[in-house]
Design a protein around this ligand. Structure first.
Ligand code: UT7
Length: 320
């Protein structure tokens, strides 16, 4: 079965950024607590006219533009989200309509919370192999502000809105590996729109313990599967939930800290958007070179986890 390589990325953020100080005016918290416990300094919240769908459309069209592909060349579109505008149509179908993707392709949403983008990539790989297609448009988008309890200081300070997207190409050329897993648990819980309670609830400490066990397990699992070592990896791109979680794992693995990308200070935890936002952050800051190996690690609600090894092929206009 072919693997996947990443050929372009895109992202979109709401207009409104919300600082820790602003949150401290709404709940009993302060910048020092949030920064020292999480590494988060600000996040974005949607305002009028913005939603998970509008962000997904903007991120996806940027990723297509950067790949220099037309919508007609996309062979499947998968969107990871837990906060889409509707139960149906899916976010992916709304992206299809907005971008003018073909009708003879699979288009669907995936719910694996913060692991969603990596699950979506794996689903896309299976669809491309099964259907003989070449390009997958994979998106992670969230409007978590819609399901936050702004009176609960233990959760409302953590999360933010945003979207990231990638174009993935089916290939035999570059190394690809993934491992996905799940353990049904309500340690992170949010009901669907309309039901009660609709807010995100989380057993923070238990999830922290789960995260610092799952990340090294995913990294070591991918290295064992591929026969690589961390020396062969250019970037480790973990889900951006909490800086302390990543630092804990770096220590546990005795890994080089400079390989672990971090951007949670600017965006907070954007669940399914977190990993593609990080990938796009690497691209935008010029830190990706063709052939670089990216070890992505997701963990979160479900509980779910995933490790995925991708190669950056690069935007065609950048590698030309
Ligand atoms: O994306 C899904 C994956 N999610 C995660 O990875 C989240 C994993 N968990 C975490 O990141 C951390 O557990 C949190 C950031 C959520 C919490 O950090 P913590 O160091 O585990 O804090 P804690 O829950 O143990 O609370 C410590 C204290 C408590 O006060 P007492 O009982 O010691 O008096 C809390 O009430 O901090 C208090 N506290 C706050 N204080 C100020 C909790 N939230 C806040 C707050 N501001 N926002």
């Amino acid at each position: 079965m072919n693997g996947l390589q990443l050929i372009s990325t895109g992202s979109a953020l709401p207009r409104r950024s919300v600082s820790n100080e602003e949150l401290a005016q709404m709940v009993d918290t302060d910048d020092a607590w949030i920064t020292s416990r999480t590494g988060i300094q600000q996040r974005y919240f949607c305002s009028e006219g913005e939603s998970a769908v509008s962000l997904a459309i903007a991120a996806a069209s940027e990723a297509l533009r950067n790949a220099q592909l037309t919508p007609q060349e996309v062979d499947c579109c998968i969107c990871a989200t837990v906060s889409g505008d509707f139960a149906t149509p899916s976010v992916a179908c709304m992206v299809q309509a907005a971008l003018g993707l073909r009708e003879d392709i699979p288009v669907l949403d995936v719910n694996a919370a913060c692991t969603g983008f990596l699950y979506a990539a794996s689903v896309a790989r299976g669809l491309l192999c099964g259907n003989g297609g070449r390009y997958a448009l994979v998106i992670g988008c969230e409007q978590l502000s819609r399901i936050l309890d702004m009176t609960d200081r233990t959760t409302c300070i953590l999360f933010g809105d945003g979207a990231g997207a990638g174009v993935l190409e089916s290939t035999q050329e570059s190394l690809y590996a993934d491992l996905l897993g799940a353990r049904g648990s309500q340690a992170i819980c949010a009901a669907g729109p309309g039901s009660q309670p609709s807010h995100i609830q989380m057993e923070g400490r238990a999830v922290f313990r789960f995260a610092v066990e799952a990340i090294p397990r995913c990294i070591e699992g991918i290295l064992a599967k591929t026969g690589l070592t961390l020396d062969d990896i250019d970037w480790v791109v973990c889900h951006q939930a909490n800086e302390r979680i990543i630092d804990h794992c770096i220590k546990k693995l005795s890994a080089p800290a400079e390989k672990f990308y971090k951007n949670m200070s600017r965006y907070g935890n954007t669940s399914a958007a977190s990993i593609p936002l990080a990938l796009d952050g690497l691209r935008q800051s010029g830190q990706l070179r063709p052939g670089m190996r990216l070890l992505c690690v997701g963990f979160g609600g479900g509980l779910t986890w995933a490790g995925t090894l991708l190669t950056w092929k690069g935007d065609s206009h950048e590698t030309a």
